[in-house]
Write a protein that binds this ligand. Structure first.
Ligand SMILES: [Zn+2]
Length: 509
């Protein structure tokens, strides 16, 4: 009966309805062997058993961030931070860029992330001319917090071949000076193109440094699994991430989606949804349409991918897009049943009651971002039509209908901090203090499930992940406090103290 590791004197939240709480976890190899009371210690201890006394601390299943963007996160972790915490004005931004320019050779790219004009004095975006003043000889690219916009200086625009004569690219926009027609540096929906086609790829050293930062970032937030949801994921990207896993540069378990343009390549290689193992597997096909598609076109695309055997994950935020996605899956369902296929709606930002009903009928999974309420709540209240406000990023209503809702950060859009997401799901409180849709508040247990059991369901891994029970992978996190037993406003102050993946302690505070 001897086991490798025993975690005792713990307040274990198992997320397993058959035994919701326990005091002790015994681990054998990479899996959980036994969950029970402290009185079992002697029976489970052998000569080589390592015993960890948790001194009453709370243990939960490792967090699973159901939708994020690894390489954008790496870009962010290795870029200048221009978030509202760090800069309050365009003058501040210029100062940060000026400093960077003095430390880099001319011609080297300067990359900044997370500017948000909503929080800048004067509430305007910086322009190429602002950036030229402080970095005339370095190409500069600043990405907006939403990643939908970016600003380039003149040097970067030149390298991108964007000038007065450049026509509007499909699905994207080049903002121009109204008098001269000259691009002002602000580009909409072109960041992906700039990063992949204009900026040089990460050098080996940059990638190594960035992956190490990302790995530490995930583990320090208790993220033992994450799902890579980038629409440009191709076979080369798959191989890169497989290598990172094989070399143990990235310890969190990965489910990587295939981009909509590449699913046939994956299929030809013999790879489908769930190919791989518990360290690295292929997930859904990510579908994201920048241009408003014809419904018939979307129907056909969805049916093709569905019939090829893949799970689908549609990016859909506003009501019109969510409706289009549901309509497409209803069309698919008329040809080939979608029940059990767990097709996903990523974001599902606006979801009025009739749509919820149709989602339930199709058995779709909603992958939401609770902490958007925290980080963007003030902006939503200012910008979203009043008629849509009750339907924003709903969690309780779909859960009560029996729809599976998993949660994520969409990092680097917001920090990959599940405890912040749990806090937001429980309080619906914006950073600015306002409350959004208090009727959508969920309990801390329900919020934990979004990042554990439900996230595991979203990748067909509920048999191996998402709860603490015999036979499950030994991915667990020790927290400084019990989110279900402290006042909700304190949840965001809970610290991750230890992270364990496959029975190995991979991070400690
Ligand atoms: Zn995303």
């Amino acid at each position: 009966m001897a086991t490798d590791i025993i975690l005792k004197n713990a307040n274990v939240i198992t997320m397993n309805a058959a035994r919701p709480r326990a005091e002790l976890i015994a681990i054998s190899d990479d899996s959980i062997f036994f969950v029970g009371g402290n009185d079992e210690v002697a029976r489970l201890t052998g000569k080589s058993t390592k015993i960890i006394d948790c001194a009453g601390k709370t243990i939960i299943p490792g967090f699973n961030d159901a939708h994020l963007h690894l390489f954008s996160l790496i870009r962010k972790l290795t870029s200048l931070d221009l978030s509202p915490d760090k800069v309050r004005s365009i003058a501040d931004i210029k100062e940060v860029i000026r400093k960077a320019a003095t430390s880099k050779p001319p011609g080297a790219w300067i990359s900044g992330t997370d500017y948000n004009e909503f929080y800048l004095e004067g509430k305007r975006c910086p322009t190429r001319w602002d950036l030229d003043e402080v970095a005339a000889n370095h190409p500069v690219v600043l990405s907006h917090r939403s990643l939908h916009a970016c600003v380039l200086n003149s040097k970067a625009l030149e390298l991108a071949g964007i000038n007065k004569e450049t026509p509007e690219p499909p699905g994207a926009r080049i903002e121009r000076d109204l008098d001269t027609d000259e691009p002002n540096g602000v580009l909409i929906n072109m960041l992906g193109f700039i990063r992949s086609h204009v900026m040089p790829p990460f050098s080996d050293e940059e990638l190594e440094e960035g992956v190490a930062l990302a790995d530490e970032y995930f583990l320090s937030h208790g993220i033992t699994s994450f799902q890579e949801a980038t629409v440009s994921n191709d076979l080369a990207r798959w191989e890169t991430v497989c290598d990172l896993k094989l070399d143990a540069d990235l310890l969190s378990r990965v489910t990587m989606m295939a981009g909509m343009g590449y699913w046939q390549d994956f299929k030809e290689r013999g790879l489908g949804t769930r190919s791989g193992d518990n360290l690295m597997q292929l997930g859904a096909v990510k579908v994201m349409l920048e241009v408003e598609p014809e419904q018939a076109e979307l129907n056909k695309l969805a049916l093709d991918i569905h019939q090829a055997g893949f799970q689908l994950a549609f990016h859909a935020i506003d009501e019109r897009t969510v409706t289009g996605v549901i309509t497409a899956l209803e069309y698919v369902n008329q040809h080939s049943p979608v029940a059990g296929r767990r097709h996903r709606i990523e974001h599902c930002g606006e979801c009025p009651p009739p749509l919820l009903e149709r989602i339930k009928k199709l058995g779709l999974v909603i992958v939401t971002q609770p902490a958007f309420i925290y980080y963007s709540g003030e902006r939503y209240l200012a910008m979203v039509a009043e008629s849509q406000l009750p339907w924003l990023y709903r969690i309780k209503a779909p859960l009560e209908k029996g729809i599976v809702v998993a949660a994520s950060s969409d990092a680097p859009v917001i920090p990959a901090d599940p405890l912040m997401g749990i806090y937001a799901a429980v309080t619906r409180q914006a950073e600015s203090g306002q409350t959004l849709q208090p009727e959508e508040r969920v309990t801390a247990e329900q919020a934990l499930a979004l990042y554990t059991a439900n996230a595991a369901y979203s990748t067909f891994e509920e048999k191996t992940k998402g709860s603490i029970a015999h036979g499950k992978l030994a991915d667990v996190v020790v927290l400084s406090d019990d989110p279900t037993r402290i006042p909700p406003e304190k949840i965001k102050d809970i610290k991750v103290e230890m992270t364990m993946i496959g029975g190995e302690v991979v991070w400690e505070a």
